[in-house]
Ligand binder design. Structure first.
Ligand SMILES: NC(=O)c1ccc[n+]([C@@H]2O[C@H](COP(=O)([O-])OP(=O)(O)OC[C@H]3O[C@@H](n4cnc5c(N)ncnc54)[C@H](OP(=O)(O)O)[C@@H]3O)[C@@H](O)[C@H]2O)c1
Length: 399
């Protein structure tokens, strides 16, 4: 069907690329381009020999000029941005300049402010409409699948959704005292920020980890989970009409939280530059350099993830509850694509989102989050490509 340019070659990109190669009817040709070309070459070597033709390139995705040159040279139908949120705007600019569709898994975050929001990317709407190209934002698991779940609940089960609780449980054990499951810098910025949720048309802010609940997750059991700010809350508040409350909870073990608190207390999670032996360094970036590379967790991680959404609302005048979730096994993911489940649950929907745009199912000029499209083909694809989902119509609710 066509050509895709993948920017980034980390944990998530590696899974998405494996999945593109399993789907050669759609991804006939891919180019893997990243800052460190040797990683792209190593992955190409591993995957070469299948039907998808693979090439590699070096690119600094902070440079629109370099990106434009690469896009013009390779001529893709879509660019999959699987680098970091800092690169979202430069890659969107390059796609605009070359008239190529765009997709990503995380919304823009300025490097010097630990704050992520859609406003910077929503500002591209008119320009993408005029250019006749699609930007698909947030096609990972959360955001991504969780937002598709919301569109699916709205379409099939509710006249009005009143509350959404997004529950992200990782019961995987990698055996290290402290490590993050995806890019440590992005992960720690996310979990050390203030929490917030959407209620009755406004944001309610909480201290970091202030709200704790215990939930008995299907196929996993009881886990502590904490309320975090998360990006899909912002777009779901706009797109799920009449919703009264949206919250996001993530599970953390006590050891992770104790280590994080200690690192925070000694200043290691700060993004303010400091002088060190005559050089400016950012403590959080230094911390990233000493922590285990998330890609190295794959062979060590055992256990499962369970990520899903619980909805309450009204159908035909009656109150209704609905829980839809995916359970993913770290070891099974490793066996299939040599990655743990966190990268897997993000990389699979990234491939599916790109496929939806490439095959025209989700192609519309403008800038969209995934819940703005028909959820049914995406839900079907989840079952087919490794993230089957389950439903419950009488789940325990989170108080
Ligand atoms: N929606 C979700 O469910 C979800 C879940 C997890 C992660 N994510 C998002 O997925 C994305 C990738 O995460 P990850 O865990 O795969 O991160 P990662 O392992 O750190 O990989 C990031 C990749 O981007 C490359 N990169 C960074 N800056 C670049 C630049 N200026 N130019 C070119 N390439 C650059 C890195 O290159 P080097 O090898 O040279 O460093 C690396 O290959 C992030 O945006 C993250 O927020 C989304």
């Amino acid at each position: 069907m066509g050509k895709a340019l993948v920017i980034g070659c980390g944990g998530v990109a590696s899974v998405a690329i494996h999945k593109c190669c399993q789907n050669p009817e759609v991804f006939e040709e891919i180019c893997i381009a990243s800052r460190t070309k040797s990683k792209c070459d190593a992955l190409k070597e591993k995957l070469d020999g299948g039907k998808t033709k693979i090439s590699t390139a070096r690119v600094d995705a902070d440079s629109v000029e370099e990106l434009v040159a690469l896009i013009k040279d390779f001529g893709p139908d879509i660019v999959l941005n699987l680098a970091l949120p800092y690169q979202d705007l430069t890659i969107m600019d390059a796609c605009l300049e070359t008239g190529v569709h765009y997709m990503d898994t995380a919304n823009y975050e300025p490097p010097d402010v630990a704050k992520f929001e859609y406003k910077w990317q929503w500002a591209y709407r008119e320009r993408y409409e005029k250019a006749g190209i699609t930007a698909l934002l947030g096609s990972g698991f959360d955001p991504g699948v969780t937002s598709v779940f919301a569109a699916y609940a709205q379409k099939h089960y509710f006249d009005e959704i009143h509350t959404i609780d997004i529950l992200d449980c990782n019961a995987g054990d990698h055996g290290y005292p402290f490590a993050t499951n995806f890019n440590p810098e992005i992960n720690i910025r996310e979990v050390s920020a203030k929490g917030s949720y959407w209620e009755n048309g406004r944001w309610v802010e909480t201290e970091p980890m202030e709200i704790k609940r215990v939930y008995d997750f299907p196929e996993i059991g009881e886990k502590d989970m904490y309320l975090l700010h998360h990006e899909e809350i912002e777009s779901l508040a706009v797109n799920i009409k009449g919703v009264k409350r949206i919250r996001f909870f993530m599970t953390f073990g006590q050891s992770y939280l104790t280590h994080l608190k200690c690192l925070e207390n000694v200043g290691m999670t700060s993004i303010e530059p400091i002088d060190y032996e005559g050089k400016q360094i950012i403590p959080l970036q230094f911390l990233k350099a000493v922590l285990p590379d998330p890609a190295s967790l794959g062979p060590r991680t055992k256990g499962k993830t369970n990520i899903g959404c619980i909805f309450t609302g009204i159908k035909d005048g009656k109150e209704k509850k609905y829980y839809v979730y995916n359970v993913c096994d770290h070891e099974a993911c490793y066996k299939e694509v040599q990655s743990q489940a966190i990268s897997y649950t993000t990389g699979v929907p990234a491939m599916i989102g790109a496929m939806m745009v490439m095959n025209g199912t989700w192609r519309r000029p403008g800038v969209f989050t995934v819940e703005e499209f028909d959820p049914d083909p995406f839900m079907e694809a989840l079952n087919k490509w490794g993230l089957p989902w389950k439903e419950s119509f009488d789940p325990a609710l989170v108080d």
